[in-house]
Design a protein around this ligand. Structure first.
Ligand SMILES: Cc1cc2nc3c(=O)[nH]c(=O)nc-3n(C[C@H](O)[C@H](O)[C@H](O)COP(=O)(O)OP(=O)(O)OC[C@H]3O[C@@H](n4cnc5c(N)ncnc54)[C@H](O)[C@@H]3O)c2cc1C
Length: 538
């Protein structure tokens, strides 16, 4: 094995793997260096208790770019996405609101709560789908620097202009409104049923340190509308073997294209060659690992979070001061936790109980959302605003063993609970007692709706934002590497003038969730960064 490569990718998250695969596909010699013993980053599946496999962080798929699935032939490499057919929201009066995969059933269900909402529902879905479709092309645009006269930026700006000109007037206004509104304001214009508004508003707060009444959350809601599965727009699914199944298929594709993968390889620093003349430019020429090994390459791409990428891997003297300040100010406030539970039986929701063992239960094949109203979620946010774990958190739960039986031993189950809010900057800091408090907030919340949950617990993994940082290696524990706020998207992500995957250090690129178009298991940042590297003639 020689230590010289065309490209070194720091970080084996799914974006790093996607970038490596695209570069190798173009004939480049590529190595991925991952600090953990497995690749996948926040998209991993691990057997935390013997026989019980947890889709440890990320748990549902929708945003993964269809062109990546096609280009890398991911189904051939094991990618299989299973449908998640419903969302069930139990309410505080022992009723529920459900959205099924049958349009008429869902409409009838909403009608049961409010004929007016049932009437509005189809039109709302149409408006959101149109807005998501209208904004979707932005995902594949290279954000230009609007202040630059460089031909590349002018070309990219022209493409943005062409895109904006292609929008109908109505779409433009809807997008402008969605980009600035709160999800509560948006939903209150449409609906009156608390559980409907609460459940829809929840998509607007995921991964942000904002409540549903905060402006900007309607955009986050829209971000979650942009996915598709097998051409079914806006559908969410569960990958066979959890999110590790997605990363596993990209890994297999990358390896088949010749990418070298090195795990337990933590990068300490990017090696920079200083110019021999004062007019020359410094350039990234390789990396040094924590274990002292050094590897050389023509280019280095970081697929870790922006703070590591710019404040840790490279000496500050290689970047302008204002660039460093801007990265320091990039908001990476973690607000979410995850509680993964091994179960001897399924939680039985009193609002729609099952008989027997519940293996034929319909609601457990989909998501269960604890979001009875906008006020409920806003109150959960109030706790977090002042540094506390939400006493009654928003929960998004799925039961992977009901979708993919290989996730748990026969007759047993696993449950994935996404929790918000659990602030990274918790008053008094995170420790085992606080982790227990988070676990208890989750269990006692579920217990209100499914009283058998406590006795069914076989094992429980509680993940705070500090644990997301420690295990997945995401500074600040924000699930998107940085909140999807209006001042942190498109040509401002991660920082103005450097949103096109290049950096002020020549030969050093950045292609992960902290770059355009943001977080989620999308692969877009990795793919676009690889294409820009190739455009630069590497
Ligand atoms: C709790 C949680 C739930 C989520 N749920 C969903 C969901 O259901 N659906 C969805 O679409 N998205 C979800 N997300 C978001 C999504 O998982 C992430 O946005 C996405 O996985 C980020 O991918 P990435 O490749 O950009 O970065 P990461 O996955 O963070 O990968 C970065 C990699 O860099 C490595 N690294 C860091 N430092 C070094 C170093 N010094 N040397 C070498 N390697 C290094 C890390 O170990 C890591 O493997 C969730 C995230 C979390 C945390």
């Amino acid at each position: 094995m020689t230590n010289t490569y065309d490209a070194i990718i720091i970080g084996g998250g799914h974006n790093g793997l996607v970038a490596a695969a695209y570069l190798a596909r173009a004939g480049r010699k590529v190595i991925v260096l991952e600090r953990r013993h497995i690749v996948g980053g926040a998209a991993v599946t691990e057997e935390i208790f013997p026989g019980y496999k947890f889709t440890e962080f990320s748990y549902v798929v929708s945003l993964l770019r269809p062109e990546i699935i096609r280009d890398l032939e991911l189904p051939k490499h094991g990618l299989k996405i299973l449908p998640l057919p419903s969302t069930f929201t139990p309410t505080e009066n022992n009723d529920y609101l459900a959205a099924w995969d049958d349009h008429d059933l869902t409409r009838r269900e909403i009608y049961r709560h409010s004929p007016k909402d049932a009437e509005a529902y189809d039109e709302y879905a149409r408006v959101m789908a149109r807005a998501a479709k209208a904004i979707k092309p932005i995902i594949n645009l290279i954000p230009p620097d609007p202040s630059s006269l460089h031909p590349r930026d002018l070309f990219n700006l022209l493409k943005v202009g062409q895109y904006a000109a292609s929008l109908k007037e109505k779409e433009l206004y809807t997008i402008a409104k969605l980009a600035t509104q709160s999800s509560a304001d948006l939903l209150e214009e449409w609906f009156e049923t608390d559980a409907l508004k609460g459940t829809k508003a929840a998509s607007g707060i995921i991964g942000t340190f904002l409540g549903p009444r905060s402006p900007g959350t309607a955009y986050v809601l829209l971000h979650h509308y942009m996915g598709e599965i097998d051409g079914a727009f806006r559908a969410w699914g569960f990958a066979k073997n959890g999110s590790g199944g997605v990363s596993g298929s990209i890994l297999s594709a990358a390896e088949s294209l010749g990418v070298e993968i090195k795990v337990n390889a933590s990068v300490k620093q990017v090696i920079v060659k200083n110019p021999s003349t004062s007019s020359g430019q410094a350039r990234a020429v390789g990396v040094a690992l924590d274990n002292g090994d050094e590897l050389q390459s023509k280019v280095v791409m970081s697929a870790a979070d922006p703070k590591r990428t710019f404040l840790q891997f490279v000496e500050g003297k290689h970047f302008p001061d204002e660039f460093i300040t801007s990265i320091q100010n990039f908001r990476t406030r973690g607000s979410s936790g995850k509680v993964n539970i091994a179960l001897s039986e399924l939680p039985n929701f009193t609002a729609l109980p099952f008989e027997g063992k519940g293996h034929d239960s319909v609601l457990h094949r989909g998501a269960v959302s604890i979001s009875p109203s906008i006020d409920y979620i806003e109150r959960a946010y109030d706790d977090a605003k002042y540094g506390q774990i939400s006493k009654r958190p928003y929960l998004d739960m799925i039961f992977p063993s009901m979708i993919d039986p290989d996730m748990a031993p026969p007759g047993q189950h696993v449950m994935s609970c996404f929790v918000q809010y659990a602030p990274y900057d918790l008053e008094g800091g995170w420790n085992d007692a606080k982790r227990n408090e988070l676990g208890e907030a989750v269990i006692s919340t579920i217990e209100q709706y499914a009283p058998n949950i406590r006795k069914a617990i076989v094992g429980m993994q509680v993940i705070s934002p500090k644990d997301i940082e420690a295990i997945a290696g995401i500074t600040g524990g924000n699930i998107f590497h940085g909140e999807l706020l209006l001042h942190q998207i498109f040509f401002l992500r991660p920082t103005p003038q450097w949103a096109d995957f290049r950096t002020p250090l020549k030969g050093y690129y950045f292609g992960a969730a902290g770059a355009h178009p943001g977080g989620g298991v999308m692969g877009a940042a990795g793919m676009l960064a690889a294409k820009e590297i190739l455009k630069d003639g590497m």
